[in-house]
Design a protein. Structure first.
Length: 254
């Protein structure tokens, strides 16, 4: 991915990591399209960041994805990068079904089916571009679980393995698959996360991500230093300690 000369669609980017990354990529020289459900936020983004295009999309709705994909490709036929950013994170209690069934279904619809449907909407087009990238967004919690958020952890583990397999399947095409693996970042993904001392400041995270994208354009995984503690615990042989430390912290992490 050439961050200075790509055409990028980022659904789920009206706030948090998605919006910060969209602005950063635009500043680097890429053409950026931000997708989201709320028209007021999209209008605000277009006003505050001239040159960033916007489109309405609900990544939980297959018809909305299809409609948005058509609109994006009509306006930006040179689109070469999809960043499947949208995601939700909910605390659950699995001691009784009322504590998790509804949130589990909502989480997997947004975090797993959403990216799958987005890839389905764009993968044929991306294969027509000489160089294209699908960026998936997993989490450090794909590699070490936070006990408060079982469905989120599992959904991000699914995205990790989906990324691994999709990379193999598309190896005979012009499409690369890059997995962005955030740690806990100071956003509003979870209540209190923005103020958490455990969370990485958003500007620091995005700055490091942009630097990694610039210096390692062919990387399979984008790993800031803060997430390597979670990502490599099993390989280092200290997985149990990683899980204990993570769950002892009075925080939630993405």
């Amino acid at each position: 991915m050439d961050i200075t000369n790509s055409t990028v669609f980022i659904p789920g980017a009206t706030s948090g990591i998605g919006l910060a990354l969209a602005v950063a990529l635009h500043e680097q020289g890429s053409t950026v399209v931000v997708g989201g459900r709320r028209a007021d936020l999209l209008e605000q983004i277009a006003t505050e960041h001239p040159g960033i295009d916007t489109v309405r999309i609900d990544t939980t709705d297959p018809e909305s994805i299809a409609s948005a994909a058509k609109e994006v490709l009509e306006r930006h036929p040179d689109l070469d990068t999809l960043v499947a950013m949208a995601g939700i994170m909910r605390v659950e209690d699995w001691h009784h079904p009322e504590g998790f069934l509804a949130t589990a279904e909502e989480t997997f619809t947004t975090n797993v089916l959403g990216p799958i449907r987005l890839v389905g909407a764009f993968v044929e087009h991306l294969q027509t571009r000489p160089h294209a990238t699908i960026v998936t967004v997993s989490s450090g919690l794909a590699f070490a679980p936070l006990k408060a958020t079982p469905s989120y952890d599992a959904s991000k583990a699914a995205i990790h393995m989906l990324s691994e397999a999709l990379r193999l399947q598309l190896a005979d095409t012009s499409v690369r698959v890059t997995e962005l693996v955030p740690p806990s970042v100071a956003t509003d993904l979870m209540p209190g996360q923005r103020e958490s001392s455990f969370a990485m400041p958003l500007d620091e995270f995005v700055s490091e991500v942009v630097d990694l994208l610039r210096t390692q354009p062919d990387a399979y995984e984008i790993l800031v230093e803060r997430v390597k503690f979670l990502r490599h615990g099993e390989a280092r042989g200290d997985y149990d300690q990683v899980v204990a430390t993570l769950n002892a912290a009075d925080s939630h992490g993405s």
